[in-house]
Design a protein around this ligand. Structure first.
Ligand code: BES
Ligand code: MG
Ligand code: ZN
Length: 511
């Protein structure tokens, strides 16, 4: 159908010469995405690039916009065919109000979000028409436009026979190629996390995860260590090992070092990600409905490792260490049983009353190990609790932190990226509920297990932190997308990779 449409468009008088079948570019089907702002009253307010395009075709675009219906509202789009020799298809997208800027109530930059959403929908419309080369209006913020394009076009179809058209995107009518290139790198970082999270657990085992990250590293300033089970044992990571022991897949502790700062002695920013490549719940087995989503229980590791890869691609002048304890949580004859007591790396004992509360166990050991690098700040990221999803849904990542400074840095970054964070409490109230254990120093579930589950999990992690600048990001609520974020298709979200990168970029500036 789409091909037929194309042939019809291409057979127009103006196109016969340029698109003759012998033309080498015949398979290069080009499209253009242009933006328009909302305008009070009559007419349309075209972006600079749209204005330029309109002039090149003697005002035909504004003429068609007038006759094709009411002024284009935010998120709405219209397709035009045969307007220009170079662009058989043009998608015009509504950007909302010009200069909307940062919205205090929404905690994000509305202009940037509008651009991402509009560009994404324009690119997808053209992709559905099998256009494989799309030029994109920078819409006054080329980075956001690039993010919208690259995030919007992503889909995980590696394992399908029929794949979506592969689209090349390129900036149109703007000189801000630096902003565009930056947006592409940010979005590709998030797409890497999406790919790792969406892929099935029989493809992304701990070993496969580490190999994929290794392949993605092209910057010589990054060193990767794939620590074996033997190393994990030597480190006395008894809590991590207690989770991995039910599985036939060996655990792996992934360690990435990026030395981007000109001062190699500068204390690093430490990122730690939960890497449970499949969470069945273990002996405390989960119900089978939706268990498949637990292939994304390595979302913390995916976003953290993708952030280090992205920071290195951007050559951010900052030292970063990324840690990812990777394993499966499975039931078996060898698996940890409810009531078992295990010993973490720092010597604290933990009664494992629920083997499904495994994320905090593997993070506990990773956090203890992370302290040996003397980091300036520690941020751990984890799909830790269903309770986090109950609390905030997919609106924002929950941040539990002992540092107002760290909170401000993360919040500032998230306003720019639109991938929001929201602060959550670390009261002693919750600590009491995890330090009251019959057999050990700690219990891995809160005393009143159903209430405040995200907060008791955070209080548990805090028992393994002695540094003044630590934040725990619970990303269980933002793990997947149905249609809430308009520029992400349905599937695992890769959130909050761009916020982590923006946060690292902010720290790089402030040192
Ligand atoms: N991986 C889950 C949390 C999760 C749930 C992430 C839904 C994403 C979507 C975690 O390991 C878990 O099972 N947590 C338990 C803790 C409980 C046993 C205290 C939970 O949230 O139910
Ligand atoms: Mg679990
Ligand atoms: Zn889990």
């Amino acid at each position: 159908m789409a091909m037929l449409l194309f042939r019809r468009i291409l057979s127009g008088r103006n196109y016969c010469r340029r698109f003759s079948t012998s033309h080498p570019d015949f398979n290069d089907r080009k499209g253009l995405v242009l933006g328009v702002f909302e305008k009070e009253g009559e007419g349309h307010h075209l972006t600079e690039a749209a204005e330029g395009f309109d002039q090149s075709i003697c005002g035909k675009l504004s003429e068609l916009l007038e006759i094709s219906g009411p002024s284009l509202k935010k998120g709405k789009s219209r397709l035009f065919y045969g307007l220009h020799e170079d662009f058989p298809c043009v998608a015009v997208v509504g950007l909302g109000k010009a200069n909307a800027g940062v919205c205090g109530a929404e905690n994000w930059d509305t202009s940037k979000e509008n651009i991402r959403a509009a560009v994404s929908s324009g690119c997808r419309l053209l992709q559905d028409l099998e256009v494989n080369h799309v030029e994109v209006d920078g819409c006054g913020d080329a980075q956001s436009a690039a993010e919208g394009a690259v995030l919007g076009l992503f889909s995980y179809d590696q394992l399908k026979t029929k794949k979506k058209t592969k689209v090349i995107t390129q900036l149109h009518g703007s000189t801000d190629s630096t902003g565009w290139a930056k947006g592409v790198v940010y979005a590709e970082g998030q797409n890497l996390a999406r790919l790792l999270m969406e892929a099935p657990a029989n493809h992304i085992t701990p070993t496969a995860f580490a190999n994929i990250i290794e392949e993605k590293i092209s910057n010589a300033q990054v060193t990767i260590y794939k620590r074996s089970k033997r190393w994990i044992e030597q480190q006395q990571m008894g809590a991590f090992l207690s989770v991995a022991r039910g599985s036939e897949e060996p655990p792996l502790f992934l360690e990435l070092h990026y030395n981007g700062s000109p001062d190699s002695t500068q204390p690093p920013l430490l990122l730690v990600g939960k890497g449970v490549t499949f969470d069945s719940g273990g002996i405390s087995l989960k119900p089978s409905a939706s268990m498949d989503a637990m292939r994304a229980d390595m979302g913390g590791a995916a976003t953290v490792c993708a952030s280090v890869v992205t920071a290195a691609a951007l050559e951010l002048p900052v030292n970063l260490i990324g840690l990812a304890p990777l394993c499966e949580n499975m039931p078996s004859g060898k698996a940890t049983k409810p009531g078992d007591v295990v010993k973490a790396k720092n010597g604290k004992t933990v009664q494992v009353d629920n083997t499904d509360a495994e994320g905090r166990l593997i993070l506990a050991d990773a956090l203890c190990y992370g302290h040996t690098f003397n980091p300036r700040a520690v941020v751990n990221v984890a799909t830790l609790t269903g309770a986090m999803d109950v609390a905030l849904g997919s609106a924002a990542t929950g941040v539990f932190t002992n540092s107002d400074w760290l909170w401000e840095q993360l919040h500032k970054a998230s306003v720019v990226t639109g991938d929001r964070v929201w602060r959550m409490p670390l009261f002693q109230h919750y600590t009491k509920q995890v330090t009251d254990s019959q057999l050990a120093d700690l219990n891995n579930i809160g005393k009143y297990s159903k209430s405040g589950g995200a907060c008791t999990a955070a209080a548990f992690l805090r028992e393994f932190v002695t540094l003044p600048h630590w934040a725990h990001l619970d990303i269980a609520g933002v793990m997947s997308n149905k249609d809430e974020v308009p520029y992400l298709r349905k599937g695992m979200s890769g959130r909050p990779t761009r916020t982590l990168v923006e946060f690292a970029a902010g720290l790089a500036k402030s040192c």
